[in-house]
Design a protein around this ligand. Sequence first.
Ligand code: SF4
Length: 757
Amino acid sequence: MAGKPPFGDPVQDAPEVEEPQHAAAGLPAVGHTLRMARQQMGVRRTALTLLRVNQKDGFDCPGCAWPEPEHRHRAEFCENGAKAVAEEATLRRVTPEFFAAHPVADLAGRSGYWLGQQGRLTRPVYLAEGAEAYEPVSWERAFDIVAEELDALGSPDEAVFYTSGRTSNEAAFLYQLFAREFGTNNLPDCSNMCHESSGSALTETIGVGKGSVLLEDLHRADLIIVAGQNPGTNHPRMLSALEEAKANGARIISVNPLPEAGLERFKNPQTAKGLTGRGTSLTDLFLQIRLGGDQALFRLLNRLIIETEGAVDETFVAEHTQGYEEFTEAARAADWDETLAATGLQRAEIEEALRMVLASERTVVCWAMGLTQHKHSVPTIREVVNFLLLRGNIGRPGAGVCPVRGHSNVQGDRTMGIFERPADSFLDALEKEFGFAPPREHGLDVVRAIRALRDGEAKVFFAMGGNFVAASPDTEVTEAAMRRARLTVHVSTKLNRSHAVTGARALILPTLGRTERDLQGGGEQFVTVEDSMGMVHASRGRLEPAGPRLLSEPAIVCRLARRVLGESSATPWEEFTKDYATIRDRIARVVPGFEDFNARVAAPGGFALPHAPRDERRFPTATGRAHFTAAPVEYPELPEGRLLLQTLRSHDQYNTTIYGLDDRYRGIKGGRRVVLVHPEDAAALSVEDGAYVDLVSEWRDGTERRAPGFRVVHYPTARGCAAAYYPETNVLVPLDATADTSNTPAGKSVVIRLERA
Ligand code: SF4
């Protein structure tokens, strides 16, 4: 019955293992979707709510950032999108009585799954200094508490304002405005932990830190390379786009250490073939690469392209790029043996990939965390750009770069100014528009914020959404750092781990979800988001809010700003709360590409932001040309008797939100503490399938980190590579293990040993 969590307590983590699957979606996905939705929302609300997701007059899915097709299906969502919606529109409620019954110490002992299943937060709660449990507090008092602690700081830079990618454009713009008027650029966001490496590499090489393809480009491509990404679980509607591209004659190469069902075959539940037939085979060539071997692969492919007569688009290279000579010199040095060692691939596989590349006239490369969370991720993504520039595959219909964002508005938040290293041009525009001098000194990203909290340099942590503590690396260090804070504040819709790891004082501020009606003084409001391909569109909630005491994200920021900044702030916070169109008018004057914002976003489906490389083959880099780069090739070295671990999601998971304990496509049921190991590696390490081990990571400074009690699952991973779920294994990722340049936690190549439990 909707309204009650479907389990007692504690949650048993007892994984069972069956054969992995070889096709994604289909009838089982429909069944799982409806069952989970009914458990959370009941039948009627399920129908009402799911039929509004991703519709032009509906609300944007709070899941990933995959774009909407021009033509929307009646059911325009995937299984995991439905789970995200159901968890937000759940009928379960977390009441003051719940907090009385569950002191913080009790909450700290619960699993993320259990916390998330308790339901929606309904009113602000406060954990006083020395208290054991959260108690209800008024909004006014809550803002007073934040103001007290911010006022007590020695510098605005002792405060950290974190943003998760669910935050709308309007709330994000106001949040950065408040933080900067308060006096700091400490605006870390979840992008620091996911696609920061993409932004760094693309900004340097093509001048824009975003993907250059639209959905129709994917449909028109004749070769799509999907590298370091598992769309079947993390961007499921991408499979529809791949299916359409295949129908148009495209070929697909997937590059991944794991054979993922969603890259093998797609049973599209929107079609009879998908519901009753075998569906559509997707991947034509599966390159089962070693973790961190992607730069070496693309470097060798680039050498082979250069060595192939007529394969390089000389005209494009001459007209639009620079650095070609230095790059070709480096590429010609790529060595077959070293590449085969770095990638674990066979020569014939790479030669087949080359044949497919040379046969292609319109190539798109898609990627996700499998490329962005390594020490050498930025050089790896630069090498992907080299690969596309060589044959002029940027700024051509059906071709380009496609980093696929994992959070519904993570790209929009960055566009709105949520960035610890803002461009001077953005700060200049902000100063001109609002009449105050924003701070110019760059702020803290996620990893630096954790260090600052650990070292007592940051004392107030404010989070707009998210689950910072669980999403971050080096869990024990991060949790200890958070507990050193004077005050931790979380604007949230549901309970999570971060609410149980508090500063001396803590607040949980419940906010409206995407699915809910947002009524303000100026009437019903809508917000906007930007998807992974730079499309900006409206999102209108329709459900009654989960409680009468919820505030919208914009209202929370505006009321907090007025309380903290006082009457001396000339910014019209109250006006912004009443009517979000006034926020968009300011965005239109500050953020390039948003001119006439309100009129353009009123159009059904919204509008595409400009992208100079895509739209005009103009590259707004330092030189006005696209940059070839020639970084040395890197790949992780593996000591004897060790494995390279990647942290990843199960199919019943979205970022750190756990929807269930199954990972259906990989054949895992009823548990999450599993480690996937190749049978031959397991034999070499004498660990049989079903054995229980501790995972121990070894860091270059000699420190070790332990994650106890994982069931070994013999699994067809790439040799030497293992896989296990986060957040359970984030404890193994050292805080200092980050990507060069982007400082993104390197959670995809952690050196571990297995120790019998
Ligand atoms: S593909 Fe992403 S955005 Fe689309 S419905 Fe699924 S989770 Fe939501």
